[in-house]
Design a protein around this ligand. Structure first.
Ligand code: HEM
Length: 452
């Protein structure tokens, strides 16, 4: 497993190769070392289900790096452990219910208007568009708008400060690559030497934005329909022993920035290469919008069932978080086996491998949304599709992530048709330096405005 550090192969592909090799030998799990750290790779869906749900109490933590003193951004929900995680997760859960999503929906739609403006500009110039860049700017505007309540305008201004710091959180170059690997394999080394994983400039930027926003809103009595508002209410209603920032951090350093834009980039790549799927999806969008007098509402999005299938299939082929982790906290006897997972062992679930396994998904490299028809779904074990994880530790913002992707799809597909531009390097490669699954280089598309 040194190739990802040497930037030869993405960690996702490396883990997929290991999965295929061992799964082909019929194994349910396999042990290996990452540098000096022993880890257990688990392949069998039923065993994964037990680890994530029934026997969750043995595997409550992600086992990731946490050192709030020197690296305040690491103090986000994802990295938290035990009771501290449990309490914060319980406090934050009400922020992400479907009721709250409905409330925030218009803020998402407002961000998509700028997306349409950008498209109109590009098409007037008759130039190819870099979809990876456009959707990255869109999702950063959304996080800025919904989590921080500020307009960051990265769509209007590609070099906005907010976007640059957002990108930096995910930059894994040089010393950062070593720190990221250590954060995963030996967090105690970083803790001992008090080395932060996130750079000081990045940390200060985000903490300042949060602090200034909270102060401004509280002193001017401003309420907006976004996460920040919900979290300020939370802070004031419940006596929280920590300083105010602690509750707000997990919105930025976490999975939020990259995952949704990665999903959108891959989705557009597939739609551009599968014109029949693109047409069918556009037909559904037009049909449903007509029913709602052209207005994109929460209810309208929920009616777009083919869109659901397309997004699910994208997340199957390209899970942005390509493996999941759990750290064992009490010796665990694996059912129907003589293996006991020792305290402290890291468990890895190689979802990229599982989601491309022909046993569950025949012809796995084919993009086929019909895999997610109710009939086909019922034929598979539910734990063979895990892009958001599962159980009490699954992505807390699952609904929000999906909505973000769907709103962008509606905005971009309803009036434009896309084909792949010859500048896109094929076959598409994964960026070996990226922390999450990401395209290496750009995805260039041609767009054609549709007249009704
Ligand atoms: C398509 C978009 C997204 C994908 C695919 C995704 C995926 C994931 C995955 C795989 C995990 C780990 C789950 C596990 O270990 O079982 C996770 C956790 C998390 N995600 Fe997401 N995510 C997305 C969007 C977001 C967004 C937009 C936010 C913030 C607004 C967010 C915030 C979080 C947080 C805070 C956690 C940690 C939860 C905990 O430890 O209790 N995610 N996400």
């Amino acid at each position: 497993m040194t190739r990802p550090i040497l930037h030869k192969l993405s960690a996702g592909e490396e883990i997929r190769n290991i999965y295929e090799e061992y799964r082909n030998r019929g194994l349910r799990y396999a042990g290996m070392y990452i540098l000096t750290k022993p880890v257990l790779l688990v392949f069998e869906p039923e065993l994964i289900k037990n680890i994530f749900t029934r026997d969750f109490q043995y595997f409550t933590d992600h086992g990731s790096y946490l050192n709030e003193k020197v690296d305040p951004l690491s103090g986000q929900l994802f990295n938290m452990k035990g009771l501290k995680w449990k309490n914060l997760r319980a406090k934050l859960t009400p922020t992400f219910t479907s009721g709250k999503m409905k409330m925030m929906f218009q803020t998402l739609v407002d961000c998509s208007y700028e997306l349409i403006n950008v498209m109109d500009k590009v098409s007037r110039k008759n130039k190819a568009l870099d979809i990876k860049d456009i959707v990255a700017r869109f999702t950063i505007d959304i996080i800025g708008s919904c989590a921080f309540g500020i307009e960051c305008n990265s769509l209007k201004n590609p070099n906005s400060e907010f976007r640059n710091y957002g990108k930096k959180v995910f930059e894994v170059k040089g010393f950062q690559a070593i720190k990221t690997m250590l954060a995963f394999t030996s967090p105690q080394i970083l803790q001992f030497f008090n080395i932060p994983v996130n750079g000081e400039d990045v940390t200060n930027f985000f903490l300042n934005v949060v602090e200034e926003t909270v102060n401004y809103r509280e002193s001017n009595n401003i309420g907006r329909k976004d996460f920040m508002h919900l979290l300020i209410q939370l802070k004031n209603n419940i006596k929280i022993e920590e300083e105010q920032n602690d509750n707000l951090k997990q919105m930025n350093g976490g999975a939020g920035f990259e995952t949704s834009s990665t999903t959108l980039t891959f989705c557009f790549y597939e739609l551009a290469t599968n014109p029949d799927v693109q047409d069918k999806l556009r037909q559904e969008i037009t049909h449903v919008l007509d029913k709602y007098d052209g207005k994109l509402t929460y209810e309208a999005i929920m009616e777009m069932t083919y869109m659901d299938k397309c997004v699910y299939e994208t997340l199957r082929k390209y899970p942005p978080v390509f493996f999941l982790t759990r750290q064992c906290n009490t010796p665990y006897k694996v059912p129907e086996s003589d293996l006991t997972i020792e305290n402290g062992t890291m468990v890895i679930i190689p979802i990229f491998g599982i989601q491309r396994d022909p046993e569950y998904y025949p012809n796995p490299d084919k993009f086929d949304p019909e895999r997610f028809s109710p009939g086909n779904k019922a034929k598979r074990h539910a734990f063979t599709w895990l892009p958001f994880g599962e159980g009490p530790r699954e992505c807390i913002a699952l609904r929000f992530g999906l909505l973000q992707v769907k709103v962008a799809l509606v905005a971009l597909l309803k009036t434009y048709k896309y084909t792949l531009n010859s500048r896109t390097k094929l076959p598409l490669l994964f960026d070996p330096r990226a922390f999450a699954l990401a395209v290496e280089g750009n995805v260039w598309l041609n767009s054609e405005k549709l007249t009704k």
